[in-house]
Design a protein around this ligand. Sequence first.
Ligand code: FMN
Length: 97
Amino acid sequence: MTIQTVDPRALRDAFGAFPTGVTVVTACDGDGNPIGFTANSFTSVSLNPPLLLVCLAKSSRNFATMTGAQHFAINVLSETQKDVSNTFARPVEDRFA
Ligand SMILES: Cc1cc2nc3c(=O)[nH]c(=O)nc-3n(C[C@H](O)[C@H](O)[C@H](O)COP(=O)(O)O)c2cc1C
């Protein structure tokens, strides 16, 4: 199946039928500036060793910084933080303003 054969609206509706938690994954670039993006691909993997999984699109402008960072944080959003989720999913100038 190629992407051309998939109705984007139908796919979005199908994916949207599966409720997930929403997180904002944050890190700092080499100059100490914070970066972050909204992610619902977060999942716990293992307690020992401590492992988690987050999928980040290779097309993200934060990809190189995020995958090269020494540390990162997973900020678990509450259902009242839709504005935060939207801010960290949109190409705004300063997501931390
Ligand atoms: C609810 C929600 C969940 C998202 N989950 C992911 C995700 O798991 N991985 C991902 O790469 N993008 C995800 N996105 C999209 C990114 O947040 C967004 O496309 C990305 O931050 C684009 O900006 P960037 O190029 O600055 O990273 C999600 C967006 C929303 C609204």
